[in-house]
Ligand binder design. Structure first.
Ligand SMILES: Cc1cc2nc3c(=O)[nH]c(=O)nc-3n(C[C@H](O)[C@H](O)[C@H](O)COP(=O)(O)OP(=O)(O)OC[C@H]3O[C@@H](n4cnc5c(N)ncnc54)[C@H](O)[C@@H]3O)c2cc1C
Length: 327
């Protein structure tokens, strides 16, 4: 598709890069304040790392596994999602938590209702001219706004921001992530031997393993298992091909549980290069440009969890709204 086909010449109040939890929380906040807002995201589907993959007859929640809610605004959002059936309580890993229902992606889908979101648009450049921010993809300009919020994971945000807001790129470079290899396995037999609840371990290879049928609210279909590697193992094996990783993680899960599985009919591994935040951005580093036209948000501003991303998006937008109200 050429830029002429995708370019929206209308100038909205706020353009947001990223339809993950941070971008969605920010957009909801802007919309509630009566601002026009448009989200652009390079992924096929809404939600970023709160994600679900469908492959053949299998469903895998291969990103965030569950979420916890402590901050009042996030608790309210979770209650609304729960009322709508998009979230279920889940006591897991010794915590009172929630999971998306029937899939993790149902939470971002719920939060994104009524927002203008354009998926599969990868922003490659941001320019600023005459009080207007223009976002570009590889073919040319795609959206314009009076303010822009970048919620991509920190290393990707740094690359985008360097030419237009080097001070924010430096903030992004002060954050760090651990990677995570995730194995996904589908089986022909619906009745698997001794299907256990989720397991978690501190040291690798396996950090977490969960049968999809064990999740509250899951639509029980073909047997599907998700195994996520521990951070150290993921880091050591990060540049390996996906196929041997998928095989190694399944073998490791069987050793850990003592359960011998039949051969899966589907096996794949996903490399999350930026999975969990291990170091948030410097507390004193700027979160927006001096005139307030460009701002940053994402889990890497606050912490390593879904809730942190949501709160980062909401706080960034509150500050952007304050600046634009005073302009
Ligand atoms: C394997 C794994 C397990 C996890 N488990 C848990 C858990 O159990 N509990 C928990 O609370 N948290 C967990 N997390 C962390 C949680 O998923 C994240 O903290 C949170 O989802 C981050 O949201 P975000 O909006 O900051 O970023 P993201 O969800 O990464 O959203 C950023 C978005 O920006 C888009 N983007 C990036 N660059 C561009 C570009 N150039 N143009 C357009 N779009 C772009 C991306 O496509 C993405 O959709 C896990 C994460 C992973 C990967």
């Amino acid at each position: 598709m050429s830029s002429r086909e995708t370019f929206d010449p209308q100038i909205v109040d706020i353009v947001i890069i990223g339809s993950g939890m941070a971008g969605l929380a920010a957009a909801r906040c802007a919309q509630a304040a009566g601002r026009s807002v448009c989200i652009l995201d390079k992924g096929r589907r809404i939600g970023g790392r709160v994600s679900t993959r469908r492959a053949n007859e299998f469903t895998f929640n291969h990103g965030a596994q569950f979420l916890t809610a402590r901050q009042p605004d996030f608790v309210s959002a979770c209650e609304a999602a729960q009322d709508a059936g998009a979230l279920r309580p889940w006591r897991v890993a010794g915590r009172e938590a929630f999971c998306g229902a029937p899939t993790m992606r149902d939470l971002p889908a719920f939060l994104g209702e009524g927002l203008t979101i354009r998926q599969q648009v990868e922003i490659t450049a941001i320019t600023r001219d005459d009080g207007v921010i223009t976002l570009h993809d590889a073919t040319g300009p795609v959206a314009r706004g009076r303010q822009a919020l970048v919620t991509a994971p920190a290393p990707q945000a740094a690359r985008l921001l360097e030419p237009v807001a080097p001070e924010l790129a430096a903030t992004a470079r002060s954050a760090a992530y651990a990677p995570c290899w995730t194995g996904m396995y589908g089986f022909a037999d619906r009745d698997m031997p001794d299907i256990t609840g989720p397991i978690s371990a501190d040291s690798g290879p396996v950090g977490w393993g969960c049968w999809e049928s064990g999740r509250p609210g899951a639509v029980v279909g073909a047997a599907a298992l998700v195994v996520q590697a521990a951070p150290d193992w993921s880091k050591a094996e990060l540049e390996r091909d996906a196929d041997p990783i998928a095989a190694a993680l399944l073998t490791a899960w069987q050793s850990l549980t003592g359960i011998v599985l039949p051969r899966p009919t589907y096996a794949a591994a996903h490399r999350w290069r930026y999975a969990r935040v291990v170091q948030v951005a410097d507390a004193d580093a700027p979160r927006q440009t001096a005139e307030g036209m460009i701002a940053i948000a994402g889990d890497w501003i606050v912490g390593a969890r879904v809730e942190d991303a949501f709160m980062a998006g909401q706080r960034a937008m509150a500050s952007m709204l304050e600046i634009s109200a005073g302009a």
